[in-house]
Design a protein around this ligand. Structure first.
Ligand SMILES: C[C@](O)(CO)[C@H](O)COP(=O)(O)OP(=O)(O)OC[C@H]1O[C@@H](n2ccc(N)nc2=O)[C@H](O)[C@@H]1O
Ligand SMILES: Nc1ncnc2c1ncn2[C@@H]1O[C@H](COP(=O)(O)OP(=O)(O)OP(=O)(O)O)[C@@H](O)[C@H]1O
Length: 271
């Protein structure tokens, strides 16, 4: 039996710097893992099956990223069939990377279950083939990610002691559409250095998510959400990924605040 708790991520700053010839875009972003989890269990079984509980995941089982991760491992290493149990908790189309995290966790669990002893570098290579965000979730540590998002350099950034509020406005944003509407532009400053030398209170006017303008144009009411996070005392607030979730970083836990959308609060306790 193998069990894992795939984490979500937030993007702290997200810059789309170039359109590539392969249809993807180069980006530069700090990916930060957050204690918001799905649950994944994999058991040996006579036939492949995927069982999902919790949130409803759109798409056929064969299109699920857990299945794609399993098929990849089967093709590369001839592993036996398994039953995968996924309890879905991280909202989808939120920019929190839940599907990518499930895929990375599937690769890691299969590596363990079948004692394949694949090194991290190989797992990252497989993960990158499943999705641009997936490689980050192999190690789940704060990183500056570049390329398609699959080149991850660990970043000594810790939000230890802060409280994170994630608000999900229940709008599913298509990542591919969001990329199509972006005009690539250089970052213009050293994101890594800036984040490591400034407290979150100083990030507001400098560290931006370049998808925000596009999403706010589609859904102008979301501007209010960001404003509310600041009014509630956030040191820094932003959209994550291509949306639609927004997050706020707080010094103290938030109490007595009413949000019009599903909201989660996390104490950041370790890196
Ligand atoms: C917006 C972010 O969440 C930021 O962390 C990610 O870049 C999204 O990464 P992801 O969901 O793993 O994306 P993928 O599943 O690889 O790609 C979905 C679609 O988004 C577009 N895409 C994605 C990543 C990237 N660097 N450039 C792109 O243009 C492509 O049209 C692609 O077909
Ligand atoms: N295991 C999975 N969990 C969630 N979504 C999955 C999974 N496998 C495939 N998908 C598909 O991926 C879509 C995006 O889900 P995901 O949780 O990755 O959202 P996201 O974080 O907004 O994506 P992105 O990483 O593009 O920002 C879902 O709508 C679903 O159709």
């Amino acid at each position: 039996m193998a069990i894992a708790f795939p984490k979500a991520k937030i993007n702290i700053g997200l810059y789309i710097t170039e359109k590539r010839t392969d249809g993807y875009h180069n980006l530069c972003s700090c990916f930060y893992p957050i204690p918001f989890y799905d649950v994944l269990e994999i058991l040996p079984a006579p036939n492949y099956s995927l069982h999902i509980s919790g949130l409803n995941v759109p798409g056929a089982p064969e299109d699920n990223l857990c299945t794609k991760a399993f098929r990849l491992m089967q093709q590369k290493h001839g592993i036996d069939e398994v039953a995968i149990y996924l309890h879905k908790h991280i909202p989808m189309g939120a920019g929190l990377g839940g599907g990518s995290s499930d895929a990375a966790a599937t690769l890691k669990l299969l590596n363990e279950l079948f004692d394949l002893k694949l090194p991290t570098a190989i797992l990252k290579e497989y993960a990158a083939a499943l999705g641009s965000d997936c490689a980050f979730f192999i190690e789940e540590q704060a990183a500056i990610c570049t390329g398609r998002g699959e080149i991850c350099h660990p970043l000594p950034l810790s939000l230890y002691g802060y409280h994170l509020v994630v608000v999900y406005p229940e709008l599913h944003i298509s990542t591919a559409n969001a990329y199509r509407h972006i005009q690539p532009a250089p970052v213009g400053y050293d994101l890594e250095r800036f984040l490591c030398t400034h407290e979150p209170e100083a990030w507001g006017t400098v560290v931006v998510n370049r998808f925000e303008d596009y999403v706010l144009e589609l859904y102008p009411d979301l501007a209010l959400l960001k404003k509310q996070l600041y009014e509630a005392g956030a040191c820094y607030a932003s959209m994550s990924g291509s949306g639609s979730a927004f997050y706020g970083i707080f010094k103290k836990p938030l109490t007595d605040y009413q949000w019009s959308y599903p909201t989660w609060q996390f104490a950041i306790q370790n890196d």
